[in-house]
Design a protein around this ligand. Structure first.
Ligand SMILES: [Zn+2]
Length: 389
């Protein structure tokens, strides 16, 4: 007969097994839209951990190999609200031929590929944490994995996800560079702005007097545009200029595109408006025209400090002797898209560094702590709901 638990599930996280699992997953070559191989791996691994699983058809919207994976595992106590853990299955670049190098407790690639710690480290930690939950025999609620495809180019898989397949409403996404213990409460609103500036095309030697340079109109507008750090919660950037045909032609049109991010929806709109207005004024003054299109990238999220999701991380971190700390980010993540679709969640740090580069790395300490914190979260989530009865 099992007596009261003297140990926690986190103590069952096996550091060596987790490290091996991470390297195995990182070596699976599955960059954005080509996630088939990692999906195949999970089709084998998840049922062994007690999960049933489904794929949606998100990939049909962008010619990907496979859809988002939603996997479900019953808990020992079905009265506990299910908790989800999410990450993306894709890596930003291929990891084919990955040769891991371990130096002073830190895992790197050999410098010829990325490491893929973003975010195979989270995936490995989730799998190891479930094994630890099973081995420890601790009581727990249902657990769901929401594993997206095509995240790196702009949260595409999450945008096209079939949210009717997800049964849980609350969860966590380990996908940030802060050491384990980092809690990101707040993410930005973000929109793109496209401005088609019209002048009038003409040849400099034949009919220059009829020409109105769209490039010069755009330049005048851009010179008056507020860009960069607008205030401490708003950023604006112009990232694309496309136009012109020949050096002898006064250009009749040019496309200017950029994006704005802000924690405040009002500030986002005010900034987009300023960008549009200065371009309209420049066009009007010079006899041109502008067509503006604003495209939502994602909505912001703002989880209160006293939310049970936050409290649970703080307590779980304390249980495994990790310091937790609250932060916010102007970076976008699946967290934005999931929150927008009714899945309340936070981003957590797992300590990967130099991601999207060949210098990418993660310390073994952070990798193992990600596994330990995941297990501790499942255990603490159960405790917090059990106590509330
Ligand atoms: Zn990531």
């Amino acid at each position: 007969m099992k007596m009261n638990h003297v140990t926690s599930a986190a103590e069952y996280v096996n550091a060596e097994r987790l490290q091996e699992l991470f390297l195995e997953l990182a070596k699976i070559n599955a960059p954005s839209t080509k996630e088939q191989l990692v999906a195949e791996y999970l089709k084998e691994a998840l049922p062994k951990l007690g999960f049933t699983m489904e794929f949606d058809k998100a990939h049909e919207n962008f010619e990907g190999e496979v859809g988002n994976l939603i996997a479900w595992r019953e808990g020992t106590d079905p009265s506990i609200p299910p908790l989800f853990f999410s990450t993306h299955m894709d890596t930003v670049l291929p990891t084919e031929g990955l040769k891991p190098v371990i130096k002073d407790g830190v895992i790197y690639s050999d410098g010829t590929t990325i490491l893929g710690a973003d975010d195979r480290a989270a995936l490995a930690a989730y799998l190891e944490a479930i094994q630890a939950i099973i081995d420890s025999g601790v009581p727990h609620g249902p657990i769901e994995f929401i594993l997206t495809v095509n995240e790196q180019p702009g949260l595409v898989g999450a945008t096209y996800m079939d949210y009717s397949k997800a049964k849980s409403k609350t969860g966590y996404i380990f996908d940030s560079s802060g050491d384990v213990g980092q809690i990101i409460l707040k993410g930005p609103y973000s929109s793109r702005i496209w401005m088609e500036v019209q002048g009038k095309a003409a040849h400099i030697a034949l009919n220059a007097e009829e020409g109105k340079s769209a490039i010069l109109i755009a330049a005048e507008g851009l010179a008056k545009m507020r860009l960069g750090e607008i205030d401490d919660e708003t950023l604006a950037n112009i990232g694309i200029i496309r136009g012109g045909e020949l050096t002898s032609i006064i250009p009749g049109s040019v496309t200017i595109a950029g994006e704005v991010r802000s924690f405040s929806k009002d500030k986002l709109y005010a900034q987009l408006k300023q960008m549009e207005e200065v371009m309209q004024q420049a066009a009007e003054k010079n006899g041109g025209k502008v067509q503006v299109r604003i495209e939502k990238k994602y909505l912001g999220f703002d989880i209160p400090k006293d939310d049970i999701l936050v409290k649970t991380v703080e307590e779980a971190a304390k249980n495994i002797k990790v310091n937790s700390y609250l932060t916010e980010t102007l970076g976008g993540a699946d967290t934005n898209v999931l929150n927008e679709n009714g899945l309340t969640c936070l981003t957590l740090g797992l300590g990967f560094q130099n991601i999207h580069s060949f210098r990418e790395c993660i310390s073994i300490e952070n990798l193992v702590n990600t596994g330990r914190l995941t297990a501790a979260l499942i255990e603490q989530w159960y405790a917090n709901h059990k106590n509330s009865y």
